[in-house]
Design a protein around this ligand. Structure first.
Ligand SMILES: [Zn+2]
Length: 122
């Protein structure tokens, strides 16, 4: 599936940030993932290990996934509602003319890194 390429893109974004901050290690990556992306948590975990286990910057790090509930708006009555991946109809009027407001996002919420000197104040 597309998890491997998604993860590769995420690592490509995190690595320069970690380097800029003089990280010796990335210890944790937290992702916000809309469930409409159809990303599978188990596959992400598995692929993440494959991609990172031989990389000293990432080895032993943790991938945390927050799955976000999708929201849609009904074109017919204006109702905004949350739903799961399979139920897109308006709960108020039953219309299927709805627009997805959120649920396809996949973004890095935060990263945690180790740096050689945690305290570096004058
Ligand atoms: Zn409606």
């Amino acid at each position: 599936m597309h998890e491997m390429s998604l993860l590769q893109g995420i690592l490509d974004s995190v690595t320069p940030v970690a380097r800029e901050n003089h990280a010796t290690k990335v210890t944790k990556i937290v992702l916000d993932i809309g469930v409409m992306t159809q990303v599978v948590e188990e596959v992400m975990d598995f692929d993440y290990k494959i991609l990172t286990e031989d990389d000293p910057l990432y080895s032993g790090s943790e991938l945390v996934m927050n799955f976000l509930t999708p929201r849609s708006r009904c074109f017919d009555c204006g109702e905004e509602f949350e739903h799961d991946r399979f139920h897109l109809k308006c709960p108020k009027c039953g219309s299927s003319a709805t627009m997805l407001l959120s649920g396809r996002e996949l973004k890095i919420a935060s990263i945690e890194i180790d740096t050689p000197d945690d305290v570096d104040e004058p």
